[in-house]
Ligand binder design. Structure first.
Ligand SMILES: C[S@@+](CC[C@H](N)C(=O)[O-])C[C@H]1O[C@@H](n2cnc3c(N)ncnc32)[C@H](O)[C@@H]1O
Length: 386
C-alpha cells in the first residue's frame, strides 16, 4: 500500500494545503499525526509516523479509498507542494497487489440501494473456486447470481473467469456472507446455495448456518425459493437439520449422495475418499414482511465537548447483539475531536472514525446499513452525548 518516507519537516505546514487537507489531528500520548484529506471528492485519512530520523506518510486502513491511485496522488501532491525530501517511496508502483476491481465486483454498501440487473436472483455463499456458480450462470443467462466469498484470491479468480467466459450475470462480493443477507430485500431470491461450508467443529459460532442466517434466508427467499446446504460433514448435516427444525413451521428436504451436474474441487476430494454427501434444503413457504433498510446514521445532538476525552469508557461495552469499543481519541484544533472506534456485530464489526465537531459525523463513510449497526450507533450516541 502507498507510503513515502521523508526527511523531518514542520508538520503544521500541512494545514496550508487547505484545498485538500481538511484537518490535522494529533494522537494523544504519541507523536504520530493524522491528516484528513478530501481529494477528488473522496475523504480519507493519512498517517504520519515519526521516528528519530525521518517521517513516514502512509494510508489509513479504515478510510482507504477503493481507488489506490487517489491515495498515491494525494501523497505525491503533499510531498511536491511542501517540497519534502523523499527518502524512499512506493507510490510509483503500478497494479498494487491486493486491490481487485471489475464492474462485476460489488461492495456491501452498494446493496443499500441497488437495482438487480435481472428479474431472477440467486446467491451462492463461499463459492471457492467458483465452479458451481459459473455452471449455474452459464445455464441460466437470464438470472443474476451473486457470489459472496470471504477469501479475496477466490473472489479475484471468479472475476477473471467472468471475464474469460464473457458472463454478465454474476456479481462478486468479497465479504462475510452472514451479513450480506441483511442487505437484501424480502421475498426476491430463488436460491441460496451453501456448498461445503467450513464445518468449524471447534468454533461453531463461525459457521455460516445459524438461527439468524436461517431467519434472514427465509425472509429473502421467494415462496418456493430454497436454501440449499450441501456438505460432506456428518456433524454439520445434523447441526443444520437441528437448526432448521427448531423453526416453528418449515419444509425441509433431505438427499444423500445426490449427483449434481458439476463437481467442485472439494466434492471431488470427498468422493475419492468415498465420503457420504448430504443435501438439506429449506423451502420457503410464506411471504415475509418488507424490510426497510434505511437507517439514520447521523449524530443529531452530538457536538464538541472537551470532557469527552475523559468520559469515553476504556472497556469494551457488550450488549445483547453488538459491542462498542472506543479505541483512541485524537485532538484537532478549533474545537474538534476525532474518535476511533469499533462497534456492531461480533462477526463483522465496523471500524470507524467519528469527527466530533459542531456537526458531528462519521468520517469517510457511514456504517453498513444493518439493523445491528443501527442499534450500536444509537448506543454510541449515548456515550458521545456529554
Ligand atoms: C470448503 S470451501 C468450499 C468452496 C466451494 N463452495 C466448493 O464447494 O468447492 C468453503 C468456502 O467458504 C468460504 N467462506 C467461509 N466462511 C465464509 C463466510 N462467512 N462468508 C463467505 N465465504 C465464506 C471460504 O473462503 C471457502 O472458499
Amino acid at each position: 500500500m502507498p507510503h513515502i518516507k521523508v526527511e523531518k519537516f514542520d508538520t503544521q505546514l500541512i494545514e496550508t494545503l487547505d484545498d485538500i487537507v481538511v484537518f490535522r489531528a494529533i494522537v494523544l500520548n504519541s507523536d504520530d499525526e493524522l491528516f484528513a484529506i478530501n481529494y477528488k471528492n473522496e475523504e480519507f485519512l493519512l498517517h504520519l509516523k515519526k521516528t528519530d530520523n525521518n517521517y513516514m506518510i502512509k494510508y489509513d486502513k479504515i478510510t482507504r479509498p477503493l481507488k489506490v491511485e487517489l491515495l498515491k496522488e494525494a501523497i505525491s501532491q503533499i510531498a511536491t507542494r511542501l517540497n519534502l525530501k523523499i527518502l524512499s517511496s512506493n507510490i510509483q508502483n503500478k497494479n498494487p497487489k491486493g486491490s481487485i476491481s471489475s464492474k462485476y465486483l460489488k461492495k456491501i454498501k452498494d446493496f443499500e440501494s441497488i437495482n438487480f440487473s435481472k428479474k431472477r436472483v440467486s446467491i451462492e455463499v463461499g463459492f471457492g473456486s467458483g465452479k458451481h456458480i459459473l455452471y449455474q450462470a452459464n445455464q441460466n443467462r437470464d438470472k443474476l447470481y451473486i457470489g459472496i466469498e470471504i477469501h479475496t484470491p477466490s473472489a479475484q479468480q471468479l472475476l477473471n473467469q467472468i471475464d474469460i467466459q464473457q458472463l454478465d450475470n454474476i456479481w462478486v462480493v468479497n465479504y462475510d456472507a452472514r451479513l450480506l443477507l441483511e442487505m437484501i430485500p424480502s421475498n426476491i431470491l430463488d436460491e441460496i446455495f451453501v456448498h461445503f461450508p467450513i464445518p468449524w467443529d471447534k468454533k461453531p459460532h463461525r459457521r455460516v448456518i445459524s438461527k439468524s442466517f436461517l431467519d434472514e434466508s427465509i425472509r429473502v427467499l421467494k415462496v418456493d425459493g430454497k436454501l440449499e446446504l450441501r456438505t460432506d460433514s456428518n456433524k454439520y448435516f445434523w447441526y443444520s437439520l437441528d437448526t432448521f427444525l427448531s423453526y416453528p413451521k418449515i419444509m425441509v428436504n433431505i438427499k444423500k449422495n445426490e449427483d449434481l451436474p458439476v463437481i467442485s474441487k472439494y466434492e471431488a476430494r470427498w468422493r475419492r475418499q468415498e465420503k457420504d454427501i448430504y443435501d438439506v434444503s429449506v423451502i420457503s413457504q410464506a411471504i415475509s414482511d418488507d424490510r426497510d433498510n434505511i437507517y439514520d446514521f447521523s449524530f443529531k445532538d452530538i457536538s464538541f465537548n472537551s470532557e469527552l476525552i475523559n468520559t469515553l469508557p476504556k472497556e469494551t461495552i457488550i450488549e445483547d447483539q453488538f459491542f462498542i469499543h472506543f479505541e483512541r481519541t485524537y485532538t484537532i484544533k478549533d474545537n474538534m475531536l476525532l474518535v476511533k472506534c469499533a462497534f456492531g456485530s461480533f462477526d463483522r464489526p465496523e471500524h470507524k472514525y467519528i469527527l466530533i465537531a459542531k456537526e458531528s459525523r462519521y468520517l469517510s463513510s457511514t456504517p453498513v446499513s444493518t439493523l445491528t449497526n443501527y442499534k450500536a450507533h444509537q448506543k454510541l450516541q449515548e456515550y458521545l452525548d456529554v
